[in-house]
Write a new protein. Structure first.
Lengths: 349, 259, 280
């Protein structure tokens, strides 16, 4: 069971042109900012939106192509989970889960039995007689997952399945979703704008920006070596493009950064905010990476304060609350920033 | 010339009012003053053609006088007059509706009958139902429209059938004579029993078949000026014109019986 | 005015606390209620109560009332069968010329009903475009039959249902239909099992409006169906004709029509519309 697709859609000013391939038992995360076109891609896969071109194949069978094959949504073997669950308000939870079985010809009793079994699997035993409105957000999303999976579809599509949940519920539902996805034999596509969902749930990540795939790889690769500002911000890195000359990188925006390994040609430099140190005076000794910068903004972030620094090399530094207090910095204040060359990642553009 | 004719009309009007003893309330105009302004006439729908003609005639005679009409069913008009509608003249196609107004003491003087109407059979052009006389309106196989017994033409139709010893076989009892005529005009009924004047006004759409005995159930049209008339002089002038020789001639030309 | 506000607010729960109605809304709302209710009060006050019972006991009244209820209900049923699909087409389909279609559907709302009746003649009458064929082929005539009453009432009342249901469909979240499609439901199944239950309150409201309009229908009915007791004389026709000869009887008949329709609407609201409030 493999999903492969080339999706071309023109929606207003957004031109979507995305290639996807998902293998059996694989979970692919489509990560991107709002409006990047990732939900559009998902709707095309589901058959809810007619693309302007391309091809969609499920298990080797083409379900949509430019020419003649246009299989409507209800005849594709897939399950879909929506952001706000979309359980039918007029049906009980059990009938919601049984809905897909009934439309595909199952009799009422066996459909209900299968639905009840799935409700047990997602931890909703005994709640089948309730109306969706009587469930909590997390329970409703579990029911929606059961509804999508009960027919054993070849493809599972998840459209921001966790983003409508509060932080605490999201944590538990994410863990359960991880368990169900691990057991799932088909191909799953998860659309999300939350890198944590992508990292936790997917085996592979595709980053979509402005309708194009800008990066693809395992979650670890993407997290370690982001290729766009968007991904870098998501994974908490500062990304600086430049040109490598030995162990020095000449930044496109001006200034240089010393790096731990040799680099040549167009490269990205990635710096973790936690590895940046701040000083009121130019630090003693001779660290190779030291820049006089200005504090543009400071935001508390758990036990650290995230300092956005402006100057020749724009950086972000995470300093402990205690250090920040000792520095007694006010926005606009001058400060020295340094980072060890060994803590700077460099990779080809 | 028109001034002299006006004076000639005005004198009998004043006399008539004085003779009937209803001159109180200053309804009579000054002897040398011609009626001016707007006179509002509430008249039964069957009078539409002939009254419009007479209204034009009156307006041509008196400079500065305009005649405004409201044509509707007599019952509707009577109700409006009873509710204080600002009418100068009320002409009814039904003495019973005039009685409602008279019982409330609203007429200026006692109402008088100025015209009568008789029933005739209206058939669509070409007479597709092959209707020959009143007996065919008692045939259940034909589609027949009569007026409802609550309205004057329906009451007259009941009397006509009773006099002829027939039981009518209507398919519909219309709310007024115009509605009955319309069904014949559209060819939806084989025959409708309506007023002779309506058939004449309908032109070539329908053909009329005279009914023997219809003259015995004449429907009478009373008219009166109203005591609360905003324009008493105009009201008197119009009523007088209707009852004059000119008025009778116009009514007769439209198919009405005149006293 | 102000010195009365104390006792007023005590006797006027609308003016208090969380259920309070802002004065700019309260005053016009009260005026609107007065405007709508006072004419009814007039009917009740002026009703000839002593003669009411004899007037109502006459067999013609029962016949007219029964015919009114039966034909209004039949017209509502026909409107549901035809109008809900039309509303769906207007709200959901991508058929071309929908704005024009929508405008055409609302024509009976602006057309004087009597003209509507004449228009029905021109189509379904003995000489009409379709009626002539029916008459010549099957010997079938529609005017002056109870069927004609139902047709006239449907013609006038159907737009109310279509507009209500289309509004409900537009307000309903179409993504539920997407969800149903991903669960294997074709468009017809989706309509039956998802869309229709979701817009049930709108359909019910539209049906009630449609029924009420059909019950009060006069102009198109008397024109197209005529007036004959037991066959085509509905209550509004009986009221109108009574008004020609006996206004007091007309008031009595109006009160009967009012009482019956009011009772029906209150019952429906309590047992059906109120319960159908589905919230997604």
């Amino acid at each position: 069971m493999t999903l492969s697709a080339h999706v071309v859609v023109q929606r207003g000013s957004l031109a979507v042109d995305v290639d996807l391939a998902v293998g059996d038992g694989e979970v692919l995360a489509v990560l991107g900012p709002n409006g990047a076109g990732k939900s559009t891609v998902l709707r095309v896969l589901a058959g809810l939106l007619t693309p302007d071109g391309g091809r969609v194949a499920l298990d080797g069978d083409t379900v949509w192509d430019d020419d003649a094959t246009h299989l409507p949504a209800h005849r594709r073997s897939l399950g879909m989970v929506f952001q706000d669950h979309l359980l039918f308000p007029h049906l009980t939870v059990c009938d919601n889960v049984a809905f897909g079985l009934r439309t595909r010809g199952a009799r009422r009793a066996p459909a209900r039995a299968a639905a009840a079994a799935w409700l047990d699997r997602v931890g909703l035993e005994g709640l089948g007689d309730r109306r969706p409105g009587e469930l909590s957000g997390g329970q409703a999303q579990r029911a929606a997952l059961a509804r999508a999976l009960v027919g054993d579809p070849r493809v599972l599509l998840l459209d921001e399945p966790l983003s409508a949940l509060d932080a605490r519920t999201r944590l538990t539902v994410r863990a359960e979703l991880h368990r169900h996805l691990a057991e799932y034999a088909g191909s799953a596509v998860l659309v999300t704008h939350d890198p944590v969902d992508a990292m936790a749930l997917a085996g592979r990540v595709v980053v979509v920006e402005d309708g194009r795939v800008v990066q693809a790889g395992t979650p670890a690769e993407v997290a370690r070596r982001p290729r766009t500002d968007y991904v870098a911000r998501l994974v908490g890195l500062v990304l600086l493009p430049g040109t490598g000359h030995g162990t020095t990188v000449q930044l496109d925006g001006g200034g240089t950064v010393a790096v731990g390994e040799e680099a040549a040609g167009p490269v990205f430099v990635a710096i973790r905010p936690a590895s940046v140190s701040l000083y009121l005076q130019r630090p003693a000794g001779s660290p190779r990476n030291v820049w006089p910068l200005r504090l543009a903004a400071a935001t508390p972030h758990g036990s650290v304060v995230r300092c956005d620094l402006a100057g020749e090399v724009p950086l972000t530094a995470d300093v402990t609350t205690t250090s920040f207090a000792e520095l007694a910095l006010a926005p606009g204040a001058s400060v020295w920033a340094s980072v060890k060359a060994a803590d700077v990642a460099v990779y080809a553009r | 010339m028109s001034g002299r004719r006006a004076a000639r009309r005005l004198v009998p009007a004043v006399l008539a009012l004085a003779l009937t003893g209803c001159g109180s309330g200053g309804a009579a105009p000054a002897a040398d003053g011609a009626p001016t302004g707007t006179v509002t006439v509430f008249a039964a729908a069957s009078l539409t053609g002939v009254f419009t003609e007479l209204g034009d005639q009156l307006a041509a005679e008196y400079e500065g006088l305009a005649v405004q009409f409201t044509f509707a069913g007599s019952a509707t008009l009577a109700t409006q007059v009873l509710q204080g509608a600002p009418a100068d003249v009320f002409a009814s196609a039904d003495p019973a509706q005039m009685d409602r107004v008279a019982d409330a003491g609203l007429p200026q003087g006692s109402p008088g009958v100025f015209a009568g109407n008789v029933l005739e059979i209206a058939v669509p052009a070409g007479n597709p139902g092959d209707v020959g006389g009143l007996a065919d309106l008692a045939d259940p196989d034909r589609t027949i429209a009569l007026c409802a017994p609550q309205v004057p033409c329906g009451a007259a139709a009941e009397r006509l059938f009773a006099a002829a010893g027939l039981t009518a076989a209507p398919d519909t009892l219309e709310e007024d004579v115009r509605a009955a005529l319309t069904k014949a005009q559209l060819g939806e009924v084989d025959a409708a029993l309506v007023y002779a004047t309506d058939i004449r006004a309908a032109g070539g759409d329908v053909e009329g078949i005279a009914v023997p005995g219809a003259a015995d159930v004449v429907n009478e049209y009373p008219i009166c000026a109203l005591a609360a008339a905003p324009n008493p002089a105009g009201a008197a002038a119009f009523v007088d014109l209707v009852r004059s020789a000119d008025g009778r001639q116009a009514l007769a030309a439209a198919g009405f019986r005149t006293p | 005015m102000s010195h009365r506000s104390g006792p007023k607010s005590r006797f006027w729960p609308l003016g208090r606390g969380d259920g309070g109605v802002p004065v700019p809304l309260l005053v016009p709302a009260v005026l609107a209620v007065g405007f709508l209710v006072l004419p009814l009060v007039g009917l009740v006050v002026r009703a000839p109560w002593r003669e009411l019972w004899p007037a109502l006991a006459s067999p013609g009244v029962g016949t007219a009332l029964r015919l009114s209820l039966v034909s209004a209900t039949a017209a509502t049923a026909v409107s549901l069968v035809l109008g809900v699909p039309l509303a769906w087409v207007l709200a959901r389909s991508r058929v071309r010329g929908r704005p024009l279609l929508r405008a055409l559907v609302t024509v009976p709302l602006v057309l004087p009903p009597v003209v509507g009746g004449v228009a029905l003649f021109l189509v379904l009458g003995r000489q009409g475009l379709v009626g002539q064929w029916l008459f010549e082929t099957f010997g079938l005539t529609i005017p002056f039959t109870t069927t004609a009453v139902v047709i006239a009432e449907t013609f006038v009342a159907l737009p109310f249902l279509v507009i209500s249901v289309e509004g409900a469909l537009r307000a309903a979240d179409a993504r539920f239909e997407d969800a149903a499609a991903t669960l294997g439901a074709d468009r017809w199944t989706t309509f039956r099992r998802v869309t229709l239950p979701l817009v049930a309150p709108g359909v019910a409201a539209g049906a009630v409006l449609c029924w009420a309009r059909a019950l009060g229908e006069f102009g198109a009915t008397i024109t197209f169906a005529g007036n004959f007791p037991g066959t085509t004389q509905t209550m509004p026709l009986a009221v109108y004709l009574a008004l020609q000869s006996d206004p007091e009887a007309a008031i009595a008949l109006s009160l009967v029509l009012l009482a019956v329709s009011l009772a029906t609407l209150v019952l429906l609201r309590g047992n059906w519309l109120g319960r159908a409030g589905v919230t997604p």
